[in-house]
Ligand binder design. Structure first.
Ligand code: MN
Length: 256
C-alpha cells in the first residue's frame, strides 16, 4: 500500500471519516423519467425506452445488455452551449473541458417564495440578497436554484407547470457579469413555464448558453446541500454533436 502523501490525501481521509459526504443530485433514469414538455406546435422528445439485446438466454447465455432510445434532455441532464441558437457556434458535449465540470456550488433557496407563487421569477434582487448574505458567486462555479419542486412522482408524468425560472435581468447578469460557469435547477428547466413569451424568450437558456456557459436541470436532493461550501461534479456523456446528455451529478459536502 502506498504511503505517499499528495494533495488528494486529506480529501480521501475526509471521505473515509465521513467529514465529507457525497450527495447524489441525480434522479434514477427509467421509463417514467421526465423531460420538459413544450407547447404546440413544437416537437416533443422521446423519454427513455430500454430494449433487451440478451438476458442470460439463447441470445447471449452469460450476459445481459440493452439498447436505449432516449432524448438528450431526459432526467437529470446537462445542456451544452449548442443547445441554444445563441450558442450555436459554441461547444458540443464532447468539446467541454473537464475542468468546467468540477467546481464550487452555491444554493439559492427560494422554496418559500415558490410555494406562494409557483411562477416566481428570480431577479437581480434575489442575487444581490444572496451575495449580501453569503459573498460573491463562485468564480468557475455553479449557482443552483432550489425551488422545492420534486420530480420523483412515479409514473405520474408529473408536469411542472406552472414553474419558476430566471427573469431576463438576472439571466443576463449571471451569463455576462458573474464568474459562474453553470446554472442548475431542481425543475425541468431554468426557464419558467411560459418563458417563450418573455422578452427575450427563454432568457436563461438564451443568455447562459450564448455565453458558452452550462445548465443542469432536473436536479434531485438540492435540499441536502449547504448554501455555500459544496463541490459539484457534473458527468454528462461526451456526445459528439450532443446538445445535452443525461448526467450523473454529485456533490461533495461538509457533513452538517
Ligand atoms: Mn435541457
Amino acid at each position: 500500500m502506498s504511503t505517499q502523501t499528495t494533495a488528494i490525501t486529506p480529501l480521501v481521509a475526509s471521505l473515509t471519516s465521513g467529514e465529507i459526504e457525497i450527495v447524489d443530485l441525480t434522479y434514477p433514469l427509467g421509463e417514467n423519467t421526465l423531460s420538459v414538455e413544450l407547447p404546440e406546435p413544437f416537437a416533443q422528445s422521446p423519454l427513455l425506452e430500454l430494449h433487451e439485446i440478451s438476458r442470460y438466454d439463447a441470445r447471449g447465455p452469460d450476459w445481459a445488455w440493452n439498447w436505449l432510445v432516449i432524448g438528450e434532455h431526459v432526467g437529470t441532464h446537462m445542456d451544452a452551449p449548442i443547445h441554444w441558437i445563441t450558442g450555436r457556434d459554441g461547444a458540443d458535449l464532447a468539446s467541454i473541458a473537464p475542468r468546467r465540470l468540477v467546481g464550487p456550488a452555491v444554493v439559492l433557496d427560494r422554496t418559500a417564495e415558490v410555494r406562494e407563487n409557483p411562477s416566481y421569477l428570480i431577479t437581480m434582487d434575489d442575487i444581490r440578497a444572496f451575495e449580501a448574505e453569503h459573498g460573491s458567486l463562485p468564480d468557475g462555479g455553479w449557482l443552483l436554484l432550489r425551488t422545492g419542486f420534486d420530480l420523483s412522482a412515479p409514473a405520474a408524468r408529473y408536469n411542472d407547470t406552472p414553474r419558476p425560472g430566471f427573469a431576463p435581468d438576472a439571466a443576463r447578469w449571471l451569463a455576462q457579469e458573474s464568474g459562474i460557469v453553470g446554472l442548475g435547477v431542481d425543475t425541468t428547466s431554468v426557464d419558467a413555464a411560459g418563458a417563450g413569451t418573455f422578452e427575450p424568450p427563454a432568457p436563461a437558456h438564451r443568455a447562459i448558453l450564448g455565453a458558452g456557459k452550462h445548465i443542469v436541470e432536473q436536479l434531485a436532493h438540492v435540499d441536502r446541500l449547504p448554501s455555500t461550501g459544496a463541490l459539484l461534479v457534473v458527468a454528462p456523456m461526451p456526445l459528439i454533436g450532443g446538445t445535452g446528455s443525461p448526467a450523473r451529478v454529485i456533490a461533495l459536502t461538509p457533513r452538517s
